[in-house]
Each structure stands twice: as structure tokens, then as C-alpha cells.
Design a protein around this ligand. Structure first.
Ligand code: C5P
Length: 230
């Protein structure tokens, strides 16, 4: 049995600014997407069989040429993404083979430096029987819920809060069922499983698995890369 990795990379990255779609922005001379592919391949215990990458419509051929040298023996499938992240994941999921896959990872292209051990931890937990698995890290800020007028509603106990990363791992049938249900307002795939009443398992994530969102994140990404290259 093998793993399929869906990479939603169809976002325009408006908060990051710049001309190119976010996944094609470069760190250390290579795109975030290439770094993400390389990171997934480094997780050898995941037994990756295929990548399904959702890209901005119209960029399919260019992205295929860009990624081909990095996919190696792993099959590379490219699909035009949708309006929202969940649309992109659903469209990619349609290309995941029906047979021979026991784990589907969904991994944001915008998280280029996830350590291999985090990826392997997620896959191992799915293979051990957890139908939905997410990597998490503790939150360091105090988090408050606020209303539309900007008034604080309450302050959840910080020791019960975590920040969620990717790759998230799923038993394939569950992920298909989750995406056939109500996807409105979902900001990750685990949330769709929660809506089905499925227990979502957490595993330890990593600070290196942060998401490149704003321009300053590119500076952090450059410094992580420099550290890794020394
Ligand atoms: O915008 P955000 O940073 O939350 O996006 C997370 C990931 O989802 C990024 O890798 C982005 O390219 C992807 N995405 C997508 N399709 C969209 C919007 C975002 O594949 N319509």
C-alpha cells in the first residue's frame, strides 16, 4: 500500500504580494512548490506513489515541466484548481487512484520546509488506524474570540489550543466522503471530517512547517534554508 499526496497550489497569494502565484514564489532560487515536493519525497517511510498538484488554471503545462525533474519515480498528476482551497483539494482528489492507496496526504505548497519525521508521523498514525490525522504545535499567543463590533466574547484556555499544520493525513474513503459533504467555510480538510463526527488525531508538528503567507515569511524561509545548507 502507498500514499498519495495532494498539493493544493492554486492560490494567488494576495497577502504575499508579487506577480507569480504563491506556490511559484522562490526561496533560495527554487519555488515553494519544488521545496514542498522535495520535502515529501524525503519522507521515505510514507511510500509515496503519486503527487496530485492543483495549480492556477492555465499554468498546468508550465508547472508540469517545472516539477517533472523533482518527482522522480513518483507519478505526477496536475489539475486546474478551483475558486477556494477546498475546491482545489476536491478536484485533485478525483485523480487519486481508487486502489493501492491507504493514506492520502493533503499538503499546502505554501509550507515548504516540513521535516520528514512530521510527514512520516502523520502517515504512520493513519496506517495505525486513525482515519484523520493532523500535525499541531502549541500556540504562543493568547487567543480571544471577538464579535463583529470588536468586543471580546471570551478567552479559551490556551493550554487546550493548538495551531494546525499540514500535511494532514486521511484514510482515502473518509476524505472522499468528507469532500462530498458540506465544504462551506472549511479552512482545512480535518474540519470536514469533524463535520462527519469523525475523531481527528493530532501528532507533533514542527515550527519549520510554518506557512508562507506574508512577505516577512519569505525572509524566515530563506533563513531556514540557509541553516539547512550549512
Ligand atoms: O491562502 P492559504 O495560504 O490558506 O492557502 C493554502 C494553500 O491552498 C496554498 O498552498 C494555496 O496555493 C492553496 N490554494 C488552492 N486553491 C485556492 C486557494 C488556495 O490550491 N483556490
Amino acid at each position: 500500500m502507498s500514499t498519495a499526496a495532494i498539493i493544493p497550489a492554486a492560490g494567488l497569494g494576495l497577502r504575499l504580494g508579487g506577480e507569480a502565484p504563491k506556490a511559484l514564489r522562490e526561496v533560495g532560487g527554487e519555488s515553494l512548490l519544488v521545496h514542498a515536493i522535495r520535502g515529501l519525497r524525503a519522507a521515505t517511510a510514507a511510500d509515496l506513489a503519486c503527487f496530485v498538484v492543483a495549480v492556477p488554471p492555465g499554468t498546468e503545462d508550465d508547472v508540469r515541466k517545472l516539477l517533472d525533474p523533482y518527482a522522480g519515480p513518483v507519478a505526477l498528476l496536475i489539475v486546474a484548481g478551483g475558486a477556494e482551497r477546498t475546491d482545489s483539494v476536491r478536484l485533485a482528489l478525483e485523480l487519486v487512484p481508487e486502489h493501492g492507496i491507504d493514506c492520502v496526504l493533503v499538503h499546502d505548497a505554501a509550507r515548504p520546509f516540513v521535516p520528514a519525521e512530521v510527514i512520516e508521523r502523520v502517515v504512520a498514525a493513519v496506517r495505525a488506524g486513525a482515519p484523520a490525522v493532523i500535525p499541531v504545535v502549541p500556540v504562543t499567543d493568547t487567543i480571544k474570540r471577538v464579535d463583529a463590533a470588536g468586543l471580546v466574547v471570551d478567552t479559551p484556555d490556551r493550554s487546550t489550543l493548538v495551531a494546525v499544520q499540514t500535511p494532514q493525513g486521511f484514510e482515502p474513503t473518509l476524505l472522499r466522503r468528507a469532500h462530498n459533504g458540506d465544504t462551506a467555510g472549511a479552512t482545512d480538510d480535518a474540519m470536514l471530517c469533524e463535520r462527519l463526527g469523525v475523531a481527528v488525531q493530532t501528532v507533533e508538528g514542527s515550527q519549520d512547517a510554518f506557512k508562507v503567507t506574508r512577505p516577512r515569511d519569505l525572509i524566515l524561509a530563506e533563513s531556514i534554508l540557509a541553516e539547512r545548507r550549512t
